[in-house]
Design a protein around this ligand. Structure first.
Ligand code: UT7
Length: 318
């Protein structure tokens, strides 16, 4: 039998502060109507002062471990997908490891909004190659820290949060069936943060050419999802749930349409979380699971695109 990475547990954490679109109206020149119509977002969560990406990650990780019914000591690899780390180094993953006491090794993956898909693919490679048996994969972000509050075209779109999954080696039908990763650095100027260690020695703020990113998203997401399905020997007809990156409800809808998957098979949480970058897919997974949406044997496709551009998909059987 082939060794596979089975989804054993999921969990999430959202900071207490909820910022409704109405509050955004008091911060920048925008309206609830514009934000809802153009992005589908109604509210987002912002981390409290002093609340770090690692704090969010630790809460989500504890929830995923509890859901899996295992202890931190049972984990032998920990991967955190984030573009908003507490510090330049060490990695958020080692901070989480220090707090929880997981075993083995820990490191961060940075592929912006595609980060969780990249981290899942990395964890899958460790499990299928026999280098790890139980991997904790976390997507955690505090994008509110890198917003330009003078730029209404971006600051209304993002939020903070974390989601986590426990993957475990198994040899049945369930598990990750295929992954597909892509990037194209020619498009790196479409979405970036204008600061950094070796350039400005400042953190910088997010800059996005939204329309262009939108165009690429609509074109590339269905493509990568279908490629991953093909690698798994499946078609969109076999998909029970699309769990997409939550950036914009219009992108999510168009991707599903292109794939011929009806919207009642798509998990949508962007209205409540905004765009939480690498945290959005595990957040959506965890919320959907807590709502009782999933059943054993179902096929899930996760797809995401973001800065780089970097994009990809994961096909998983529950
Ligand atoms: O997660 C990483 C990947 N990121 C994404 O997937 C985001 C992709 N892009 C998008 O989601 C959309 O492009 C946005 C939601 C960012 C923008 O939607 P859009 O339909 O592309 O709008 P637009 O940028 O073309 O702006 C339309 C109008 C403009 O006014 P004019 O020039 O037509 O008069 C903007 O100035 O809306 C105006 N506008 C706003 N109005 C009120 C831009 N931002 C705002 C705002 N409130 N916050």
């Amino acid at each position: 039998m082939t060794r596979k990475a089975i989804l054993r547990g999921v969990g999430h954490y959202l900071p207490a502060r909820v910022v409704e679109n109405a509050e955004m109206e008091s911060m920048v020149d925008t309206t609830d109507e514009w934000i809802k119509t153009r992005s589908g977002i109604e509210r987002r969560h912002f981390a409290a002062e002093g609340e770090l990406t690692s704090d969010l990650a630790i809460h989500a990780a504890k929830a995923a471990l509890a859901d899996a019914g295992i202890g931190a000591e049972d984990i032998d690899a920990l991967v955190v997908a984030t573009s908003t780390p507490d510090q330049t180094f060490p990695s958020v993953a080692t901070v989480v490891q220090g707090a929880l006491g997981t075993n083995g090794f820990a490191f961060d993956v940075q592929a912006v909004c595609a980060g969780f898909v990249y981290a899942m693919s990395t964890a899958n490679a460790f499990i299928t190659s026999g280098q790890a048996n139980r991997v904790l994969v976390i997507g955690a972000e505090t994008f509110s820290r890198i917003m330009n509050w003078e730029d209404r075209t971006t600051c209304v779109l993002f939020g903070d949060g974390a989601g986590a999954v426990v993957l475990e080696a198994g040899d049945g039908d369930a598990g990750i069936l295929a992954t597909d990763l892509n990037s194209d650095g020619r498009f790196r100027d479409l979405l970036y943060v204008d600061g950094g260690v070796s350039s400005t020695q400042t953190t910088g703020v997010l800059v996005m050419q939204g329309k262009e990113v939108f165009r690429h998203a609509v074109e590339k997401l269905a493509q990568t999802a279908e490629t991953a399905l093909e690698k798994a020997g499946l078609t969109p007809d076999d998909v029970d749930w699309i769990v997409p990156h939550q950036a914009n409800s219009r992108i999510i809808t168009r991707t599903a349409q292109k794939m011929g998957v009806s919207m009642d098979r798509v998990v949508m949480t962007v209205q409540d979380h905004g765009n939480t970058s690498a945290a959005s897919i595990p957040l959506a997974l965890s919320v959907a699971k807590s709502e009782g949406k999933f059943a054993p044997g179902q096929v899930l496709v996760m797809e995401a695109i973001g800065g780089g551009l970097a994009w990809g998909a994961v096909v998983l059987r529950l």
